[in-house]
Design a protein around this ligand. Structure first.
Ligand SMILES: [Zn+2]
Length: 225
């Protein structure tokens, strides 16, 4: 059942000054994966096309019994979190909201009724990069707003932070688009592969996005002849 408290927390995070202006592109992933703010996700939540739910669901790509802390489930277009207070007081929970919202954004941007396939490792690398950049943008303005979990060397989030620091380091000006060239993303991809066990044949595992349903009252594209 859609949870209103979570929906307002997610909406608040996705409309704050950092996520609403967060722009990046990753050259080698899915052709060229892009993030340009999260307004499509905010709109989809407002219209009930994406809902926020309490309780985790099994990811079919992971070992049986594994439940991620948070998840975007494209089949149902649900953002799922472990409790309704998620993201209210913990910065790293807010960073995780940006991670999951990045998957939801790709559903909005790239999803199609037939199903758009994005390599799981590309999808995850982009989501970790998004939350890393978000955390770096937010923290200097609010010193207490930093990572409140132990970062483990070599884990995707640690690698994503290293990459974010490298990419953001030389950039000045208002609202830049951070561009990640192909040669810089390798370490993050390797870390994601290790974390999600996407080795060998599993390296080809894809996430499938079906996009948002047509809104009521609007004719389906192509329904006219
Ligand atoms: Zn993810």
């Amino acid at each position: 059942m859609a949870n209103q408290m979570l929906a307002s927390t997610v909406t608040r995070v996705l409309t704050d000054q950092w996520s609403s202006t967060l722009k990046f592109s990753m050259d080698s992933l899915f052709g060229n994966l892009r993030v340009n703010g999260y307004q499509p996700v905010v709109n989809a939540i407002a219209q009930g096309q994406i809902t926020c739910e309490v309780g985790l669901s099994q990811n079919p790509d992971r070992v049986p019994g594994h439940y991620a802390e948070a998840r975007y489930e494209p089949e149902t277009r649900q953002l799922r979190f472990p409790k309704e207070q998620y993201g209210l007081s913990s910065p790293s929970e807010m960073f995780n909201i940006v991670h999951e919202a990045t998957h939801a954004l790709f559903d909005c941007q790239y999803g199609t009724p037939a199903g758009t396939q994005i390599l799981a490792m590309d999808d995850e690398a982009a989501a970790f990069f998004a939350q890393a950049v978000y955390s770096r943008l937010a923290s200097p303005n609010s010193p207490s707003f930093g990572w409140d979990i132990q970062l483990i060397r070599g884990d995707p989030i640690a690698e994503a932070l290293k990459l974010a620091d490298k990419i953001m380091g030389g950039v000045h000006g208002v609202n830049p688009t951070y561009r990640v060239p192909e040669q810089d993303v390798d370490q993050l991809l390797i870390s994601v592969q290790g974390f999600y066990n996407l080795h060998g044949g599993k390296a080809g595992i894809r996430h499938v996005y079906y996009g948002l349903p047509a809104r009521p009252g609007r004719p389906l594209q192509g329904a006219l002849d």
